[in-house]
Design a protein around this ligand. Structure first.
Ligand SMILES: NC(=O)C1=CN([C@@H]2O[C@H](COP(=O)(O)OP(=O)(O)OC[C@H]3O[C@@H](n4cnc5c(N)ncnc54)[C@H](O)[C@@H]3O)[C@@H](O)[C@H]2O)C=CC1
Ligand SMILES: O=C(O)[C@@H]1CCC=N1
Length: 257
């Protein structure tokens, strides 16, 4: 199966690297197109078998799957001249562009996937959202498997996309804001910034593993395990609530929609 990636920026570059790392698509079956050379050269340096070009048409014409990874406001001008049609499959990572929008730029009957990874895709640790239109069950399964190679993917309905994007894609930034804030506290308390970063990042990773590896658990149960009655954790938890932590997070997630 041949895959064309149009746009070699944060997302396109990370997807190219993720696919080349994985087992599903061979590096020589990946072609990446970008107007400037720097990002393409960097890709080639890491994966010499990946093909690169400055010509989007050349990239897409033989591809079974075309992944469009340019900024949302460029999607129309980039997609329309490519005249994509069945049996090709379009994958758009453009945030905010709906199936209805995308169908105007390609054969409206062709299979289209909206896919939203997050930036952890570069570490093969993305939480990737997938929604499908005009796709067969086999194509949907294939797309889930493809993005599972770069972390974890989940099929959702398009109407859930905005909320889910806020949780996952913007969510990376919110989690990092927690890390940054905790580091600031640690540094004030005398811990070296690099040590503080490791301590907090591994703690976040551990919290995530507790939830991901135990389907029956819930944050409340895990918080209870740490929170000794009369102990120190409850003092911090209550301070977070006094300072509006839960409310601030809910407002942030809703503001990103
Ligand atoms: N950065 C993020 O966390 C996420 C981004 N997205 C979406 O991914 C898409 C790409 O975003 P980024 O990778 O962050 O942007 P970026 O700016 O890093 O990459 C865009 C790339 O497209 C290239 N490009 C510009 N015009 C082009 C053209 N005519 N033909 C081919 N390539 C062209 C640019 O040179 C650049 O390398 C956006 O639509 C964004 O909404 C989706 C989920 C998360
Ligand atoms: O902030 C943004 O608009 C992009 C889309 C989702 C994550 N980053």
């Amino acid at each position: 199966m041949k895959v064309a990636i149009i746009g070699a920026g944060n997302m396109g570059g990370a997807i190219a690297r993720g696919l080349a790392h994985g087992h599903y698509i061979k590096a020589q079956d990946i072609i990446v197109s970008n107007p400037s050379s720097g990002k393409l050269e960097a890709l080639k340096a890491d994966f010499p078998d990946i093909r690169t070009t400055h010509n989007n048409k050349e990239a897409s014409e033989d591809a079974d799957i075309v992944i469009i990874a340019v900024k949302p406001w460029k999607v129309k001008e980039v997609l329309e001249p490519l005249r994509l049609r069945q049996p090709q499959i379009l994958v758009s990572v453009a945030a905010g562009l709906t199936f209805e929008d995308l169908a105007h730029f390609v054969d409206p009957e062709m299979p289209i996937f909206r896919v939203i990874p997050n930036t952890a895709i570069s570490e093969l640790a993305s939480m990737t959202l997938i929604a499908a239109r005009n796709a067969s069950d086999t194509q949907v399964k294939q797309m889930i498997e493809l993005f599972n190679e770069m972390g974890m993917s989940i099929l959702i309905e398009e109407k859930q996309f905005a909320a889910a994007t806020s949780l996952t894609s913007c969510g990376i930034a919110y989690v990092l804001k927690y890390v940054q804030a905790a580091m600031q506290a640690g540094v004030e308390l005398g811990i070296k910034p690099k040590d503080a970063m490791k301590m907090v990042a591994q703690t976040v990773e551990g919290a995530a593993q507790l939830l991901l590896k135990n389907e029956q658990t819930h944050p409340v149960l895990e918080i209870e395990k740490v929170t000794t009655p009369g102990g120190i954790t409850i003092k911090g938890i209550n301070q977070l609530e006094h300072d509006g932590f839960t409310s601030a997070v809910i407002n942030a997630i809703k503001a990103s929609m």
